[in-house]
Structure formats: C-alpha cells, structure tokens
Design a protein around this ligand. Structure first.
Ligand SMILES: [Fe+2]
Ligand SMILES: [Fe+2]
Length: 301
C-alpha cells in the first residue's frame, strides 16, 4: 500500500503504510527495575524524562495537525492524519502507564505534565500562529524520527535494558518512522508554511526539547537521592555518553541538520532495515516484547 500524499514524485524512498496498532501489552505494570537501562541512572532517566514529555506533547502534535483537517480533501492525506492520530493517541496511553511507575517512585509527573500543558497549550498555542505551531509539530516529528532510526538501528543502546521498556521504545520508534512525513506534508502542501517559519520553529523546538529533558532529569536524579557530588559525576559521564564522537546523539547531527535544507523532505531518508525485521517478528510472534527481543538478537548477530 502506498501513500500518495506522503510520497511526492521527487522522493523515491519506499514509504511504509501507517498502521495503527492498539491493545499492545508490554507488561509495564510488572516489576521493572528503577534503573532499567544498563543499571545506569543517567541513561535511564534520559529515556524516563522523554517519556514524561510524550503524553502532552503528542496531544499538541495531534491538535496542530488537525487544525488543517477542514482544508484537506485528498482522501489519502486524511487517512494518513487519522492513522497518525491513532498512533500518537496510543503512544500517549502507553507512556502514561509508564509514567505512573515514575510517579510511584516519587517523580512529580503531575507537575511536569501541568507545566508542559501550560507551555504548549496555555502559552504557545495562544500566542503563536497555527502555521508556526504546525511548524513546531513537523520539527518535533523530525527529531523523534531521527532518534527513532538511531534507537532501532543501534542495538548497543538497549543491549542491557529491561526487555519490556526496550520493546515499548522500539514499537514507538517504528511508528514514528511510519508517520514521520504526515505533519510535514500538511505543513508544506496545505498550510504552505514558508522556509523561514519552518526553520524558526525547528530552532525553538531544537532548543526546548533538550532543555526540558535535562530539567526533568535534574529533578529525577534528586528524587533518586544522589548527593550533589554524585550528581555532578553522573552528569559529566552522561553528557559524554550523549555527545562524545559516536555517542548517542552525535551521529544523528547530520540528519538533524538536513531539515534546514530548503528542499528537505522526510522521505529522502528511507526507512531503516530494522523496520522490516521488527514487522516480520511482530507478525510472527504477535507479541511486541518478543519482537523487541528478536530485533535485539539480530543486532548482535
Ligand atoms: Fe509518538
Ligand atoms: Fe510522532
């Protein structure tokens, strides 16, 4: 199945269908270790902090895309928006379940969510144009898509992770790849957002996203009870893990900057090979946790 709306003639990459998958069970209410990634506080809290940003963030993305629904009559694009909405809705639900675990650990998830609600809906949507908030959505979707490609392809990142949380992030990554062009196409073809608005929106999102992730991590590491000196060491080592050459974020810098090219389109970057591997594993096992394991084992081979 192809998606004409997400597949302009100038882009030759194969575009996968956007498949809403609901009722997936990751066993998130099970006994998951506090530091579920590498038994490392920084790495774990980096992913935990992102999880707290998803429910309100994804609702914001849905709202900003749906602002334009009445102006669209291409059935393929309307179908893409519907499936994008269903996928993001499921992500919010599963990450809320994940975040309830964090709240039980003492993390002030309620306060984080309220702050983000106020910033995104109370301030940004109130004071910025619909074009700009759609630009922010397309920018955030680009960032999530390139991070998704990185997590899916680099098996070493989740090699020593709790298999349930790894599977959740892998599933989320795969769906982010499937719908990565939806907001972008609405922005370009329907809202006709100009280049400078698109870039300004990316500069804002590219600054806000790490700023809030780190701010939330700071709170989480305090809740974990580390002393000031321990936290300084955790941050020094963790920032090196993120930004060293070949670290978690450095290799995606090129993909990030590609967004600033005037002729950029998300499907200039084809879907990564692990996507099909995961799809096959999910079809075969019917279990997203097992599919995450299969992907992990394949990366070791
Ligand atoms: Fe999502
Ligand atoms: Fe998304």
């Amino acid at each position: 199945m192809s998606h004409p709306s997400a597949h302009p003639a100038t882009h030759t990459a194969a575009v996968p269908p956007i498949v809403p998958r609901d009722k997936l069970d990751f066993g998130l209410d099970g006994d998951i270790p506090r530091f579920w990634l590498d038994n490392d506080a920084f790495k774990t809290r980096f992913f935990d902090a992102m999880s707290t940003l998803f429910p309100v963030g994804e609702r914001f993305f849905i709202t900003c895309v749906r602002d334009y629904r009445d102006r669209i009559d291409d059935p393929a694009m309307l179908e893409d928006i519907k499936n994008f909405t269903r996928q993001e809705g499921q992500h919010s639900m599963l990450h809320t379940q994940y975040n309830n675990r964090l709240q039980a650990q003492g993390v002030r998830v309620d306060r984080i969510l309220a702050g983000q609600e106020k910033r995104l809906f109370g301030i940004i949507r109130k004071h910025c144009s619909r074009e700009f908030t759609l630009g922010m959505t397309a920018a955030a979707e680009h960032i999530t898509a390139i991070m998704a490609e990185c997590f899916a392809e680099r098996g070493e990142i989740f090699a020593n992770a709790d298999r349930r949380i790894r599977a959740l992030y892998v599933w989320h990554a795969m769906e982010e790849m499937e719908h990565k062009a939806v907001a972008y196409d609405v922005m370009q073809k329907i809202a006709r957002v100009g280049y400078f608005t698109r870039v300004r929106a990316m500069l804002l999102v590219g600054g806000l996203f790490p700023f809030h992730t780190f701010r939330i991590m700071r709170h989480m590491l305090r809740v974990d009870g580390f002393s000031r000196w321990q936290r300084a060491k955790i941050w020094a080592k963790g920032l090196w893990w993120l930004y060293k050459p070949g670290g978690l974020l450095t290799p995606v810098l090129g993909s990030f900057l590609a967004y600033l090219k005037p002729g950029f389109h998300p499907w200039q970057q084809a879907v990564v090979p692990s996507y099909q591997r995961w799809m096959d594993a999910l079809a075969r096992t019917g279990d997203p946790v097992a599919a995450g394991d299969v992907l992990q084992q394949a990366s070791r081979a």
